[in-house]
Design a protein around this ligand. Structure first.
Ligand code: FRU
Length: 325
């Protein structure tokens, strides 16, 4: 095919023009959120919600809490994406939300490190970001919402120390240690039992998953004849450990403690006598929508919103648990 001289000129002019445009785009895309007046002119908003997985009841509840809070808001749409516990998929979801130009992003990240960069890119594109429950690294986000996992772990440790009379053998089934709640529930717990004669005889990363917890507990049971208590970083983990102990006919010889305290899960296990205690870990779904609305209206929000927790035991479960001081 022959290309005429005038066509060539037209091509090069067009190329130069688009280069110029791209250049302009770059110079105006310095990190900033849209100015408040610009936002408040809009009457419809789309929020992208990146959920790391929906395999556990707690995350289904989080999405439900978001939906319930968002539904009555006129002009507000929430688009949900489920990364099915796959970090790469979650990174792609964040990128898709950014290309789609959502007005705000809510993310409950699977892991801290790999999701930090895509979220920073969303911020650079002018999209405000609310990080829910698990943290990222650094401070390139608009607002973090979650309970204090170190405090919850410490409260679990102190309760266990008291329950066991300051001595005994414990199995610790940890949440995914590349996620911040796992790290904090571990550190807090160790602080809580410090100075006692409690010995952690077995610890393993069960990645927040009940089947993994069950498997790890089977190894613990095969290695140790005396286990006084299992501390699991979430209720599915504590339940998995209970099932392993039950299968070995040993569930009555030990106590089980978990975290999350969903009414239909952990709290029910406490009422049924399966768990001795669970500590509430609120989903923050409703707070995320309230905060998102403020951001979209151009109001300022705190960098951190810390949610409270409650301790449920057989003595207080009927009366709604006890608020952590
Ligand atoms: C669900 C879950 C909860 C836990 C939270 C920590 O995926 O494992 O059980 O409390 O994540 O991020």
């Amino acid at each position: 095919m022959k290309i005429g001289y005038s066509t060539l000129i037209r091509f090069s002019l067009a190329a130069a023009f688009s280069l110029l445009l791209a250049g302009c785009g770059q110079s105006t895309s310095t990190p900033q959120t849209a100015s408040p007046p610009e936002r408040s002119l809009k009457s419809t908003f789309t929020i992208g919600m990146s959920q790391c997985n929906l395999g556990e009841p707690w995350r289904v509840q989080m999405n439900e809490d978001i939906r319930k809070a968002a539904d009555p808001q006129p002009g507000l749409t929430v688009v949900f994406k489920d990364a099915q516990n796959d970090t790469l998929k979650q990174r792609a979801h964040v990128e898709e939300f950014v290309s789609a130009g959502v007005d705000l992003l809510i993310i409950s990240p699977k892991e801290a490190q790999p999701l930090t960069e895509p979220v920073a890119k969303a911020m650079n594109a002018g999209i405000p970001v609310i990080v829910l429950d698990r943290r990222l690294i650094g401070d390139r986000y608009t607002c973090f919402i979650g309970a204090d996992n170190k405090k919850i772990g410490r409260a679990a440790g102190e309760w266990i120390k008291q329950k066991l009379g300051g001595k005994g053998t414990v199995v610790e089934l940890k949440g995914l240690m590349t996620s911040t709640p796992g790290q904090d529930r571990h550190t807090g717990f160790r602080e809580g039992i410090a100075g006692s004669a409690i010995e952690v005889i077995f610890e393993a990363d069960m990645k927040w998953l009940e089947p993994d917890a069950r498997k790890e507990m089977e190894s613990a049971l095969s290695r140790f004849n005396q286990i006084d208590l299992v501390y699991a970083h979430n209720d599915p983990g504590a339940h998995g450990a209970y099932l392993a102990a039950k299968a070995a006919g040993r569930e009555k010889n030990m106590l089980f403690v978990g975290i999350d305290a969903l009414p239909q899960e952990g709290v029910a296990y406490v009422s049924q006598g399966i768990l001795s205690a669970t500590l509430q870990y609120p989903t923050g779904g409703a707070e995320a929508i309230q905060t998102a609305l403020k951001i979209l209206k151009g109001e300022s929000v705190p960098k951190e919103i810390v949610l409270g927790s409650r301790l449920f035991t057989k003595d207080n479960v009927a009366t709604g648990g006890q608020v952590l001081p």
